[in-house]
Ligand binder design. Structure first.
Ligand SMILES: Cc1ncc(COP(=O)(O)O)c(C=O)c1O
Ligand SMILES: [Zn+2]
Length: 434
């Protein structure tokens, strides 16, 4: 540990204490480590909630920056100068047209498709992880990624002046690959699926001394997702919703939104209530949904095969905790087919003007399925988390959307095309495209 790091760890303004095993409660110093040496359980950051209760008010939060760092006392960093690239405080949109289409009344979209700087919720977790990586003295950062995480890690490392090497499966969408390469990190495209990429990265993390945001820095990184809970509570006027729907890959995001709500209750920022947590997976990679359906409290790993590549994790690290959250809150975990995912992307675009990626299509399709099955009450205040941007997964939509009318630069050419467009109504388009 460097001298600078020791000074950081002695800072008195920090409200986080140490790392604690989620399974056996063993405590560890807040270093770059993620697995309990006693029972191999995952480590999580713990906080001094009495100090938080004394320090934090709705007003102190509202007076903070317009980014995730307004919640800094709830995040595992020491510094008063975190890496702030404007991440967070994304719109919470009242989705009236989508709600009407589905037959429910109080629906909101938390739109992280426009998060900064790389248009997914991963910018939250990476802003936190790289701030902590700097505090811990790392000069090279890395990750095992299904795409969005590589984009975020590369971009924010560039901003922070950190060296960066990311690992992705070789078959990712072009937008995800270009959206990483543009920041000039080293990119390793691994011939294998995400779970194989992750296994390789665990070995590299042990040998190279790099800060892997979702491996040895995972306890810090994952805390960033709590801000998706904090922001929704604040944007609803310091109230919790009745029901949330979010996508699941490793299951981390889902469990951390839950932790965020619980922390706000614990320190008295919102009233206590049970928020129902429902999760979304693609049929082609649904180990958590399968376990939930079969009433199992363990997850059987699967080999992913779906267009929803960003959430294609066959062996999810936090799967059992996601099941626990859904069960104890009275929620559900469902999966949908690839055609339903495409329909979900189109439905959100047509009704709300939001173009999401395949993970978002999965979430909207599961929302629809839950409403149709009567598992979402039409009167519940429901928040759907849209976590990524559709411009990055354009391949998925090839052949499923219309084409422009190519016309000559003449009025009569336009009029003829307009006539054709009137006769070719939406239903017909769909028949053409099926
Ligand atoms: C767009 C998007 N949504 C959701 C997730 C799920 O995240 P988690 O692994 O925390 O469940 C991912 C993971 O990569 C993602 O890229
Ligand atoms: Zn343990």
């Amino acid at each position: 540990m460097t001298l600078a790091t020791e000074q950081h760890t002695q800072s008195t303004s920090a409200t986080f204490k140490n790392l604690q095993c989620k399974e056996c409660g063993a405590e560890y110093e807040a270093k770059a480590t993620h697995v309990c040496e006693v029972c191999f359980g995952p480590l999580e950051v713990s906080y001094d909630y009495d100090a938080l209760r004394r320090q934090v008010t709705r007003e102190s939060i509202a007076a903070g920056p317009n980014s995730i760092w307004r919640y800094r006392p709830f995040l595992p960093v020491m510094t008063d100068n975190p890496i702030d690239v404007g991440t967070g405080m994304t719109p919470l949109v009242k989705a009236n047209r989508l709600a009407r289409r589905l037959g429910i009344k109080n629906l909101y979209i938390k739109n992280d498709a426009v998060n900064m700087p790389t248009l997914s919720f991963k910018d939250r977790v990476v802003s936190v992880a790289l701030t902590r990586a700097k505090e811990l003295g790392f000069s090279t950062v890395s990750c095992a990624s299904t795409g969005n995480l590589a984009n975020s890690t590369a971009a924010i490392a560039a901003h922070a002046g950190l060296d960066c090497c990311v690992f992705i499966p070789a078959d990712l969408e072009a937008g995800k690959v270009l959206g990483t390469l543009i920041y000039s990190p080293t990119v390793m495209a691994v011939q294998g699926n995400y779970d194989q990429v992750n296994r390789l990265c665990c070995e590299v993390a042990n040998t190279h001394g790099w800060g892997f945001v979702n491996i040895n820095l995972r306890p810090y990184y994952s805390e960033g997702s709590k801000t998706l809970g904090f922001e929704v509570a604040e944007q609803l006027g310091w109230k919790l919703p009745d029901h949330i729907v979010a996508p699941l890959a490793s299951g981390s995001l889902f469990t951390k939104i839950y932790k965020g709500f619980q922390e706000f209750i614990k320190v008295g920022l919102v009233e206590d209530k049970t928020v129902r947590f429902s999760g979304a997976q693609a049929d082609g990679c649904s180990p958590i949904a399968q376990a939930f359906r079969e009433g199992r409290d363990f997850v059987k790993p699967v080999k992913p095969n779906t267009i929803a590549k960003s959430i294609a994790i066959g062996n999810p690290a936090d799967g059992i905790y996601a099941i626990e959250v859904a069960k104890k809150t009275g929620g559900n975990i469902e999966s949908v087919s690839d055609p339903e995912i495409i329909e979900g992307i189109k439905l959100l675009a047509e009704t709300e003007g939001i173009f999401t990626e395949t993970a978002g299509g999965t979430t909207i399709a599961v929302l629809k399925k839950l409403v149709e099955a009567g598992k979402i009450d039409p009167d519940e205040t429901t928040v759907v988390y849209i976590t990524g941007n559709g411009l990055k997964t354009q391949e998925a939509m090839q052949g499923y959307i219309g084409e422009p009318f190519t016309i000559e630069p003449k009025l009569d050419s336009f009029e003829r095309a307009l006539e054709r467009s009137h006769t070719l109504d939406r239903l017909e388009w769909q028949q053409v495209l099926v």
